[in-house]
Write a protein that binds this ligand. Structure first.
Ligand SMILES: Cc1ncc(COP(=O)(O)O)c(C=O)c1O
Length: 392
């Protein structure tokens, strides 16, 4: 059998951090011992609300949805996106020119970076940040320029951009994965000023748009209501527990949307019509299930933050997302610490290194299990001997 070498483009992609960890969790699962508790991912455990599942069941049975859909998203889903922006943020979006739909926000992020950045261009990304940003930049042959986010509030230090005068994209993400921080009042205005000076588009990854514990998170478009240079990316994955369904969207500056749509139509083609109908039902229907989901994650956050603090971990209470970002006790290496938790406590956490150099001293725990499993996780962590603390 012939053996092929992957293209230079593919060879340049970073090692898949999560894939290797998944394999390790699967290996440990197959070994005798207590059930593994996997909090390393952001994969929501709760089911999609019933009315959305029913809308999908009906839509799947409709023969009109068995044919190719048009490249442009359906009017109903575009209008539902504009409706949500009006209701949730008081922002007017033109459904014809200021909206694009994708198979999840991962794909929308790819379309934003590949649709806007030429080889050699700089793309500004948060450190720590969601690792797919760097993958997209690598695929585009562009250059990563990190903007550091620091404890305790994890807002961008824009001074890191002082030495450059051009970039294709400034990319931020609030509520922030992995730290759970929300954007401060001046973060989006300052990001816009920086983007304008650099001639860059401002792309806001708003994947956790609904997941703010004290107040609904703010849209970046509220700082740029004329959509001079901003596009915002959202997903149904977290808001409605629809991670497996693969539906996301972008809204904002019409020229950015046009570039993203053009890239999408060539790279990824169209989106299943039934998925678009179900997305329209999710976005335009009753939002109480999405609100109740926030209550569930808030309760889990309180349980895990209090539990970890009680056993001596240093944790900043997240204001949003469904992640808890914790400092490695005793200041050790996150990868080694995560290895230890996996093998000794059978708890899989994400080492912060996967989110960039500034994640190295932290681990991320996803609140994607029920209260009983999370309480069991705390018990197991309490039983470990950690630097400066005997086991409980
Ligand atoms: C910050 C952030 N952006 C984007 C995504 C991609 O989500 P999806 O492709 O399911 O829409 C995720 C998923 O975990 C995320 O955490």
């Amino acid at each position: 059998m012939a053996s092929f070498t992957a293209s230079a483009r593919v060879r340049a992609l970073p090692q898949n951090f999560w894939g290797a960890m998944d394999a390790e969790v699967a290996r440990l699962r197959a070994e005798p011992g207590a059930p593994m508790i996997d909090v390393s991912k952001g994969n929501p455990d709760l089911p999609t609300p019933e009315h959305i599942v029913r809308a999908m069941q009906c839509a799947v049975a409709d023969p009109a949805n068995h044919r190719y859909p048009s490249y442009a998203g359906r009017p109903a889903v575009r209008e539902a996106i504009a409706h949500r922006y009006r209701r949730d943020h008081g922002i007017e979006i033109d459904p014809a020119t200021e909206v694009a739909v994708f198979h999840g926000s991962h794909e929308a992020l790819m379309a934003a970076v590949l649709g806007l950045a030429d080889p050699g261009d700089r793309v500004i990304v948060p450190d720590p940040g969601y690792p797919i940003y760097v993958s997209a930049i690598d695929l585009a042959g562009a250059r990563v320029h990190p903007v550091p986010l620091s404890e305790p509030d994890y807002q961008p230090d824009f001074a890191a951009l002082d030495g450059i005068d051009r970039a294709a994209v400034v990319l931020l993400n609030y509520p922030h994965n992995p730290t759970g921080a929300l954007a401060a009042d001046d973060t989006f205005p300052r990001a816009l000023d920086a983007s304008e000076r650099l001639g860059a588009a401002f792309v806001h990854d708003f994947a956790y748009a609904s997941l703010g514990f004290e107040a609904p998170p703010r849209s970046a478009l509220s700082a740029d209501p004329q959509k001079e240079r901003t596009v915002e990316i959202q997903t149904l994955s977290k808001t409605y527990s629809m991670a497996g369904w693969r539906f996301g969207f972008a809204a904002g500056n019409a020229s950015i949307i046009a570039a993203m749509t053009r890239y999408q139509s060539h790279a990824f083609s169209t989106i299943f019509g039934a998925m678009q109908d179900a997305a329209a039902a999710a976005l335009s229907g009753d939002q109480s299930a999405a609100r109740e989901l926030v209550d569930v994650y808030r309760r889990r956050r309180d349980l895990v933050v209090a539990g970890l603090r009680e056993i001596g971990w240093d944790v900043i209470e997240p204001e949003g997302t469904f992640f808890v970002w914790a400092r490695v006790p005793g200041g050790g290496d996150a990868v080694r610490f995560a290895d230890r938790l996996r093998t000794e406590a059978r708890v899989a956490v994400a080492p912060g290194d996967g989110f960039g150099p500034r994640g190295r001293s932290h681990v991320r725990l996803g609140l994607v299990h029920d209260d009983a499993v999370l309480a069991e996780m705390i018990e197991r962590l309490a039983a470990l001997t950690l630097p400066g603390r005997p086991p409980r």
